[in-house]
Design a protein around this ligand. Sequence first.
Ligand SMILES: Nc1ncnc2c1ncn2[C@@H]1O[C@H](COP(=O)(O)OP(=O)(O)OP(=O)(O)O)[C@@H](O)[C@H]1O
Length: 284
Amino acid sequence: MMALDVKNLNKKYEQFQLKDVSFQLKKGYIMGFIGANGAGKTTTIKSILNLTHFDSGDISTLGKNFIEHELEMKQVIGYAFGGVNYYTRSKIKNVTNVVKKFYKHWDEDTYNNYLKRFDLDENKKIAQLSEGMKVKYNLALALSHGSKLLILDEPTSGLDPVARDNLLDLFQELVEDGEISILFSTHITSDLEKCADYITYIHNGEIINSAEKEEFINTYRLLNGSESQLEKVKDDLISYKENSFGFTGLIHEEDFDPTLEINSARPNLEEIMIYFSKREGLYV
Ligand SMILES: Nc1ncnc2c1ncn2[C@@H]1O[C@H](COP(=O)(O)OP(=O)(O)OP(=O)(O)O)[C@@H](O)[C@H]1O
């Protein structure tokens, strides 16, 4: 079953638009949703959750149309946009007491375990928490009401490297038994190298590629050649940078001609993002 199925999502702001955004996340897997600042990650996530109006498209979560089953779906979807930024003068325990009333499957033991695991003191006020602690608190809430799908917007960006690593370990642990699926947006590509099963890459409101991680990376080659070699491949490159030895450039695997004997390597996700951001007139 698909945990999430986004079909032809379109939304227009005055100066930005999501164009036919489509991707699918299989149940029990982790998908990293990557894109540069302003690429459309938050707008996509808010549209999926019907938190912002969208112009057209179909969103299914856990096999059901989200809008038709919104209340039911919100019981089993945990979502978090960074940290908690409401009731900032209240203590954690008071906020939790309000939040848990909304959830039929709230599990107090699970909640207490996450408080311990994340080192969260229930008597602290929200305003006293660091950004990282706020993210962890938000996650503790999302994980305590039996969420089967977690949709997290930049959950790792306020965290230090150790906390980030711990969170990524937790993501992997959560999907282990195949019941929970996670979509999380980030621009920290090393997070994805570590724990994502699938990658969806959005650029200027369009999905460039959505695939299993290895397959995603194998779609591209990073070339490193001389000035004269550049002339032979220039038109096929997604984009390139010139340097004192010649050039480095990104190419679709299918456009790569090994008989030209240009040095080529497997790019990493960061390199793929960098070369796409240099390019205009994209094609998928
Ligand atoms: N309410 C709004 N009205 C008009 N334009 C908006 C609105 N919200 C977002 N945008 C524009 O839509 C574009 C995409 O924004 P979005 O927040 O989805 O990007 P993002 O990929 O999440 O970026 P970041 O990594 O910086 O969070 C931006 O150009 C932004 O200015």
